[in-house]
Unconditional design. Structure first.
Ligand SMILES: Nc1nc2c(c(=O)[nH]1)N[C@H]1C(S)=C(S)[C@@H](COP(=O)(O)OP(=O)(O)OC[C@H]3O[C@@H](n4cnc5c(=O)[nH]c(N)nc54)[C@H](O)[C@@H]3O)O[C@H]1N2
Ligand SMILES: Nc1nc2c(c(=O)[nH]1)N[C@H]1C(S)=C(S)[C@@H](COP(=O)(O)OP(=O)(O)OC[C@H]3O[C@@H](n4cnc5c(=O)[nH]c(N)nc54)[C@H](O)[C@@H]3O)O[C@H]1N2
Ligand SMILES: [Mo]
Length: 752
């Protein structure tokens, strides 16, 4: 099935109707991603300065409808549903119940969440946090899920630091942290170098482990425009993902009326899961071989003038035998040589990538290897070329920009110290994996969550759950109910907030907020719908009130002033980061916003060598542990369906992969099904092949025959998260290796 098209429009209409509020949702959609409207709450893909009439995709529309739903989970609902009962509900059913409406505290005696006033909630949380702080200021963790605005995020990191720690994990610890570690070493900036306008000038696009049809669908327009210009598109993906195979433009009536659709990828390489290092090494080797023979492929001038480490890299790549490259990538030499021929002939290549590269044990090396390929042809800091990591949550990149990081060296601590007159903590804080370890070993006592659903999204979540319930304090600022809320610590609060689509009034005036998109542009966003409940508070109001009540006396921060007028927070951000945010107030409302400075775009290399660095990956497989596994081991990648946003499950269907009514499936190659003595449709149990003494299993999955390389299997996130060991993460970045989990399969109930 092609991505886009009538099916996509039908899906939008269905969601709009199902959630009620059809008129409200339709009106809001027309203001989605517009200069005076709001930034979509779904993905982080760039918003153009000149938007289309409908500048949203099917999945963005779903996200809007999901947030503006007419359904409510009011305190009365909780009167009749004890927490232990709700814990058995599915992710879909929990969120489908609608918006949380009132602040609530968990009451252990009745096993229910009960309404409290905001004043009670804030005072009690603050008192408990202060008590914990007196014992050990490092025992509280401040998680952020990537949606909150720059203003709220800035306040959040300051709260943590005034409290006394750098425990600021965020969702990028599970996502693009491999990028944030890899790119500074390669090119001296932590973010991508491509702007929207570059897509119009590229003459070759490379997609490695990213699924635009589902996870950044507005990008399909750019892809289609590129194809219309005859630009070759090369995809490396174990699965033939619909948006990379065929695309029908729902905004092009002519195309929708005819069965013709755009062929997206001109070359589609179904690389083995974790086989990208081998595949890219093959392409590099072919480029080098052709260059030696006098052919195209290397930009020698660029390499000499702008890079470091080329000779060592070239020598390493040439040493890798084709036999190993073919075995580990699962791809034929001839196919990789064809890729090299196209890349070698291109003047401006954009490489787009996502979780297929970052969520591996060698996720950092994966990203650096993709940089190596671009550097060979000088495709960095050239119009129409560059590296393009597609970020996840709509403001996850921005959260890093304004100081949400566990790494003290990345935050302007001296500046914060001077600006707010306090002593910021200097030692490294906990990232997401570290926070989970802390919960398991009891050193973490409080988890404060600005969004997110960690007990579904992190690895080893089954193992984590009992430890989580022993926390002294769990606090969630949230829009909708999710599983993590239902595993309360000794004291637990749910604090409902205004969503970004809703109008945020403070001191009688409508407030704007700001976000940074995947391409480093900073935009204004303004709510357009009345808040779903009058008890809501904004995220900034909640965070600043908590901070004021907890550590108001520990630094000179005008918390109360900030929540009355968000422009004051923007002014504070501009004082902390003048190079990025000067003239913030006037620039962020411009159509398209304003770009963050990006030295690599200017070929100014902020690396220790002062050049862009070729980095030898040193391995061909992204999972260096693989050889130790039993022979029947399969490599599991966990992925998203067409109908989810992370742990938010809109429905149990995955239209593009032809699955409906269930998410408990395991996609397998037919040869593997036969080799294991199984049959398509059969139910199986899955266990992790790890010898650390912990049994990790997911039972009752249904086998689905699928076009996936042999030895590789795929399952859904978050259903398969119990299979991922917490220690199975990327070297250097700690991103869980969600895309290559060694597993063993058995017929259902064959294992006791
Ligand atoms: N609608 C929607 N949009 C979203 C999200 C969502 O859940 N729903 N999530 C948001 C977030 S937080 C993020 S981080 C992004 C995620 O967006 P993506 O980066 O696209 O994430 P995934 O769907 O997890 O996986 C991407 C692709 O990697 C492929 N893959 C798996 N293993 C490998 C491998 O070893 N090599 C290669 N080459 N490919 C591999 C999979 O087949 C899949 O097509 O999307 C964001 N946008
Ligand atoms: N197996 C596996 N696991 C993965 C991944 C994978 O590919 N495979 N991907 C990883 C990635 S890339 C990511 S980014 C993480 C995401 O992990 P999380 O950050 O934990 O998860 P989300 O599912 O995005 O969080 C959803 C919840 O956020 C709350 N929420 C929604 N909107 C708002 C809002 O506007 N404000 C506030 N305060 N709360 C809101 C709602 O209560 C909702 O239930 O998961 C990771 N986990
Ligand atoms: Mo993500």
């Amino acid at each position: 099935m092609a991505a886009g098209g009538w099916q996509s429009l039908k899906a939008v209409a269905r969601y709009t109707l199902e959630e009620g509020n059809a008129a409200l949702i339709t009106r809001a959609l027309l203001q989605q991603n517009k200069t005076d409207g709001f930034a979509c709450v779904s993905c982080a893909w760039a918003k153009p300065a000149e938007p289309r009439v409908a500048e949203f995709c099917e999945n963005g529309a779903k996200a809007t409808a999901w947030e503006l739903t007419s359904r409510r989970l009011s305190p009365e609902f909780f009167d009749t549903h004890p927490v232990s009962e709700l814990r058995g509900w599915s992710d879909h059913d929990l969120e489908a119940g609608g918006r949380l409406t009132a602040p609530m505290r968990y009451d252990r005696a009745t096993d229910r969440y009960v309404e409290v006033t905001w004043d009670e909630a804030i005072a009690d949380i603050a008192a408990r946090l202060r008590a914990l702080r007196a014992e050990d200021p490092k025992s509280a963790v401040f998680y952020a899920s990537g949606r909150a605005s720059l203003e709220t995020s800035y306040a959040w990191q300051l709260f943590a630091r005034v409290y006394g720690n750098n425990n600021l994990p965020d969702s990028s610890n599970m996502c693009h942290e491999s990028t944030s570690v890899a790119l500074p070493e390669s090119i001296g900036v932590p973010i991508g170098t491509v702007h929207l306008e570059d897509f119009g000038q590229a003459d070759c696009l490379l997609f490695v482990g990213q699924n635009p049809g589902v996870n950044s669908p507005r990008m399909l327009h750019l892809i289609k425009e590129a194809r219309d210009r005859g630009v070759p598109i090369i995809s490396f993906n174990p699965l033939r993902e619909s948006g990379l195979v065929r695309f029908v433009d729902p905004q092009s009536p002519m195309q929708m009326l005819t069965p013709a659709s755009t062929t997206v990828s001109t070359q589609y390489l179904q690389v083995k899961v974790g086989g990208d290092l081998a595949a890219m090494t093959g392409v590099a080797k072919a480029l080098l071989t052709s260059a030696v023979a006098g052919g195209q492929g290397l930009d020698r001038e660029f390499i000499a003038q702008h890079t470091h480490g080329f000779d060592a890299f070239a020598a390493w790549a040439m040493q890798q035998p084709w036999e190993d490259i073919e075995r580990e990538s699962g791809l034929a030499r001839a196919a990789l040589e064809r890729v090299a021929a196209v890349l070698g002939g291109a003047k401006a290549v954009i490489a787009v990538y996502g979780m297929g590269l970052t969520q591996h044990r060698l996720g950092v090396k994966n990203v650096q290897m993709l940089c190596n390929l671009l550097l060979m042809g000088g495709h960095m800091g050239r119009p129409g070329a560059g590296i393009c990591p597609v970020r996840g949550h709509s403001n996850v990149q921005g959260q890093r920009t304004v100081g949400i990081t566990e790494k003290p060296e990345l935050a302007p601590l001296d500046q914060l110290a001077a600006q707010y007159v306090f002593k910021p903590p200097r030692d490294k804080g906990l990232d997401t994996v570290g926070a989970c370890q802390g919960v398991l070993d009891g050193s973490v006592r409080a988890m404060l969550n600005l969004g997110g659903n960690l007990l579904r999204s992190v690895p080893d979540n089954t193992r984590l759950e009992p430890a989580w319930s022993r926390l002294a304090l769990t606090v969630h600022v949230a829009t909708k109910l999710n599983h993590t809320h239902l595993v309360p610590g000794e004291t637990s609060y749910l604090l409902p907030c205004i969503g970004r689509i809703e109008i945020d009034r403070q001191a009688g005036r409508e407030q704007r907020v700001s976000m940074e998109d995947s391409t480093g542009f900073i935009h204004a966003s303004q709510g357009v719908a009345e808040p779903a409940d009058e008890r809501f508070r904004s995220e900034l109001a909640i965070v600043s009130a908590l901070a004021e009540a907890t550590v108001g006396d520990a630094a000179q921060v005008p918390w109360a002033g900030w929540r009355e007028d968000y422009a004051r927070v923007r002014a504070a951000i501009a004082t902390t980061y003048p190079k990025i945010f000067h003239d913030f107030e006037t620039r962020f409302v411009l159509p398209g916003g304003f770009p963050k400075p990006n030295a690599a775009r200017e070929r100014d290399w902020k690396t220790p060598t002062g050049k862009a660095n070729f980095i030898v990956p040193g391995a061909l497989v992204a999972d260096p542990d693989a050889p130790g596994h039993p022979p029947q081991t399969l490599r599991l990648m966990t992925m998203r369906s067409d109908d989810q946003f992370n742990t938010t499950i809109y429905s149990l269907d995955d239209r593009f992969r032809d699955v409906s009514g269930t998410r408990n499936v395991l996609f397998m190659n037919e040869a593997d099904i036969a080799r294991h003595g199984l049959q398509a449709g059969q139910r199986i149990d899955v266990r992790t092949a790890a010898d650390d003494g912990v049994v990790r299993e997911v039972r009752g999955l249904t086998v689905r025959a699928y076009d996936i390389p042999e030895g590789c299997v795929a399952g859904y996130y978050p259903e398969c998260n119990p299979l991922v060991p917490l220690w199975h993460h990327a070297e250097g970045s700690h991103v869980p290796a969600y895309k290559s989990v060694p597993i063993l399969v058995q017929p259902e109930n064959a294992i006791p």
